[in-house]
Ligand binder design. Sequence first.
Ligand code: FMN
Length: 322
Amino acid sequence: MTTVDSSVLPRCVQAATLAPSLHNSQPWRFRIDGGAVRVYADAGRRLDALDPSGRELLISVGAALFTLRLALRSRGWTSAHVLFPEPDSPELVARVELTGRAAPSEAVAALAAAIPLRHTNRRPFTAAVVPADATEELTRAAADEGATFTIAGAASRNAILGLGQVAELRLRADGGYRAELGRWTGPRKGRHDGIPPTAIGPWDALERLPIRDFGLMHTQPWRTSERFEAHPTIAVLATRGDDPPHWVLAGQALQHVLLVATRLGLATTPISQPLEIPEIRRLLTDTTAGRWAQMIIRLGYGPPAAATPRRPLAEVLRVDTP
Ligand SMILES: Cc1cc2nc3c(=O)[nH]c(=O)nc-3n(C[C@H](O)[C@H](O)[C@H](O)COP(=O)(O)O)c2cc1C
């Protein structure tokens, strides 16, 4: 049996909680049991109006799972994980077991250093082009997790932006969506989840970019209107299937891509509205090529973005005493 210092696994779980999640819902729980960490989905934190199937919930948990594995590796531990190890417990998403010791490479250390630096950036980006060697690295990061990452050419980028605008308007017209958005962006007193005003970003003066409007339900008088980049870099993250294991895989790939981007000095915005309306998601999915769109990602160079809060570790972690 692998013996590990009792502070290591809680610290790695703490790092995992810095992962991105839909509306910062943090829909995860962890349980440490000897040299293993169980990662659970917290169905009570699913967004019923926006994400009835739980696809985005599992993408969020997948992002936390990737972060946990990376944090372990950066502390010199190798691990193996099994997805959905107990068929009768679908809420148990993964069991991560320590398998041994190995010094982390410089690349692993640099990627892990990006964990606390990665933030969703909803501010205007500069006109600077994302270089080809950066997009190649991002493509490799997605491929390492079994997903595809494709930068949209000019024509498909404009089509995606158009579909995003339609999706944003359709969602805004839905009372259930607005009520849910209001709950995750509401008053902040004593709250460690949801989207704080500092993370909302300015309005897109021309409303071209489908950046989710987190200021819709609670007016922010200080919010300015700004001009966003005219030619955004937009990528599509896709998987070869579309079921719970593929959603977890998409989340791991998403976080791998976002962390590589952070390490390269790139700002990122996940954009999911076009994938939240089934008819629009079908237009972005090519089932004959085996590519189910799981996330749209905007990339570029921008001013720094603010961190969002996380729930205290004690709320999400249970440690079993041997
Ligand atoms: C499945 C998923 C969907 C998301 N969709 C959007 C989105 O449509 N628009 C957006 O601005 N951010 C989106 N995000 C980013 C989250 O809002 C963000 O991760 C969360 O608020 C925590 O903030 P952080 O990423 O800065 O840590 C998404 C994240 C995930 C994991």
